[in-house]
Design a protein around this ligand. Structure first.
Ligand code: Q46
Ligand code: ZN
Length: 309
């Protein structure tokens, strides 16, 4: 198979775009998709300071690599979840990656700061591990971005992540989550960082190919807690649809975004109302719709239930 842009041998076929790329043209394609996402969605400008939430996996390290190569001012933030060997290895990958490129790294250690790793914390509060993990990571991502004065927090969510999340929300008619799903979440109130997903135009396999071609040393193993997760099932179903009918995943997610944008334009006051319900958490001061935020509730429950540092 030949590259569609030059005479070199192709390393990946991308049926949804009816194309195939060699190493060099794939790298160009991936970077261009990130630039398009950043520009079209007005995610950030060259002068902005960006905090990239990194896990040591291919998506977040690829995102950091691309932003640095495009000349953006990006630093890294890693949450050490305390999941044994998996956390040790992923943290080591992150540390090597940033050291080689001279990127600043902020680390939050659950065992040191919350007094327990994510598995123990989830047990204490009787919550599924990934649900507790989501609450804790969201809290620290926002807090780190705000406290360190970054203009925006970027995560490595890709097209597969977003399409599978949308499928999950639609299957369960979780319409309250649909409004919050998108490539940009604005800094609506004081203490709430702007959040962006510059990889939303790229499929997981395209990012994996970029990481391999550009010799990014990432952790290949999934988090052990991801086993059996519904999101993996939704990804698998979408991949089966994609192989039968290329472009389905993109049409599903991008179509949703386009329809929502049209609705927002017709009803601009909707986002004003959303802003009004957020106020500072009585305990930590981070924005919440309740008296105390989800993180503070979770930590209060954990302290009440079990021995903490
Ligand atoms: S890190 Fe956390 Fe994921 Fe591991 S515990 Fe679940 S949510 S699977 S992105
Ligand atoms: Zn709080």
């Amino acid at each position: 198979m030949r590259c569609r842009k030059c005479p070199s041998r192709a390393v990946i076929g991308i049926p949804r775009h009816h194309t195939a790329f060699c190493k060099v043209c794939l790298t160009e394609f991936v970077r261009h998709q990130v630039e398009r996402a950043v520009d079209e969605e007005k995610m950030f400008a060259k002068a902005d300071r960006i905090l990239v939430a990194v896990s040591g996996g291919k998506d977040s390290l690829t995102l950091l690599d691309i932003l640095c190569k495009l000349g953006y001012r990006a630093d890294a933030f890693y949450v050490d979840l305390g999941i044994g060997e998996y956390s040790r290895q992923s943290k080591a990958k992150v540390e090597r990656f940033v050291a080689a490129r001279g990127i600043a790294l902020h680390v939050h250690e659950l065992k040191g700061d919350e007094g327990a790793g994510i598995n123990e914390l989830a047990d204490l509060v009787h919550r599924p591990t990934c649900s507790a993990c989501g609450t804790i990571k969201r809290y620290h991502f926002n807090r780190a971005a705000v406290e360190h004065g970054y203009d925006v927090l970027a995560t490595g969510h890709n097209l597969d992540d977003e399409a599978s999340r949308l499928l999950g929300n639609v299957l369960h008619w979780q319409t309250e989550y649909l409004g919050k799903q998108g490539p940009v979440l604005p800094a609506s109130v004081e203490g709430f960082a702007k959040k962006v997903k510059p990889l939303y135009r790229l499929a997981e396999r395209e990012i994996a190919a970029y990481a391999v071609v550009n010799r990014i040393d990432y952790i290949v193993e999934e988090c052990p807690n991801a086993k059996g997760a519904k999101m993996l099932l939704y990804k698998d179903i979408l991949n089966r649809l994609e192989s039968e009918s290329p472009g389905t995943k993109q049409a599903f997610y991008w179509g949703f975004l386009a329809k929502r944008k049209a609705e927002e334009l017709a009803r601009p006051s909707m986002s004003e109302n959303d802003r009004a319900v957020l106020h500072p958490c009585a305990n930590c001061g981070q924005p919440t719709t309740a008296v105390t935020c989800c993180y503070c509730k979770l930590m209060a429950c954990a302290k009440h239930t079990g021995p903490m540092v």
